[in-house]
Design a protein around this ligand. Structure first.
Ligand code: PGA
Length: 261
């Protein structure tokens, strides 16, 4: 990869895996994750299991960062049912997925709340991974729709460019998530370029070039390497394929091979 952005391979387990399945997965990858400074690797899981996961990772010294799949934008107070950024930091969580398509669609998460969550993450020292998606009905690969660009503009309004190196944007076409189809490599690279252009408008080019852009949606061990190798793609957000330890490890090995090329 030609940039100096550290690629991030992140598993998004969504609402899958119970306590013993998580333990089994962590045991299966123990001793098998590469010790490297060429790649950052993480797993995002349900909040209820995060502390146990962090403890396992620390105890076994795994090169693995634990992420939450959501968070709230206030650290403390009368917000029944929400998860505080400070609480996530307290248990050793590294970052959080923000505004995943499923949260936007099923739980009506707005661009405005995504923006507040980005600011709260940065303030608390958590990495914000902002997922942006095109809606199935509006997708046109030759002309990336305005909706993800609006998502970007609102998500990062008011964020100082000094935070750029901490920000991750995941480009996930809505129709690819949970499907067996991905855009072509050309379309993914094009979308990433357009996203970087719009980040440049917000942050200026030096800062925008520090922001990592991941691809997510139907990533598999078969297609991961070619997508990961695209010049404007700095990592992968992986749902279903990350649930099987061997698949996750294979994708990580392939990504590392690309980084070493
Ligand atoms: P998928 O999910 O890899 O199962 O398509 C990706 C995501 O929703 O982040």
């Amino acid at each position: 990869m030609m940039s100096n952005r550290l690629p991030l391979i992140l598993a998004n387990w969504k609402m899958n895996k119970n306590r013993s399945e998580i333990h089994e997965f962590l045991q299966a990858i123990t001793g098998k994750l590469p010790l490297t400074n060429l790649l950052q690797v993480g797993v995002a899981a349900q909040s209820v299991y995060l502390e146990k996961m962090v403890d396992y990772v620390n105890h076994h010294q795994l090169p693995l960062d634990i992420f939450s799949e959501n968070l709230f934008y206030v650290n403390q107070g009368s917000y029944t049912g929400e998860t505080s950024p400070a609480a996530l930091v307290d248990i050793g969580v590294k970052g959080s997925i923000i505004g995943h398509y499923e949260r936007r669609k099923l739980f009506k998460e707005s661009n405005g709340s995504v923006g507040l969550k980005v600011a709260a993450s940065l303030k608390n020292g958590l990495l914000p991974l902002v997922a942006i998606s095109e809606d199935t009905s509006t997708y046109d690969p030759t002309d990336i729709e305005m909706s993800p660009l609006t998502e970007i503009a609102i998500s990062f309004a008011g964020i100082d460019k000094k935070w750029a190196s901490k920000i991750v944007v995941a480009y996930e076409p809505a129709w690819a998530i949970g499907s067996d189809r991905t855009p072509t490599l050309k379309e993914i690279e094009h979308a990433a370029k357009v996203i970087r252009q719009s980040l440049t408008v917000i942050f200026g080019s030096a800062a925008a070039n520090q922001i990592r852009i991941q691809y997510g949606g139907a990533v598999t061990p078969e297609n991961a390497k070619a997508i990961f190798a695209l010049p404007n793609i700095d990592g992968l957000l992986i749902g279903r394929s990350s649930l099987v330890a061997d698949n996750f490890l294979r994708i990580i090995d392939d990504a590392l091979a690309v980084e070493k090329e």
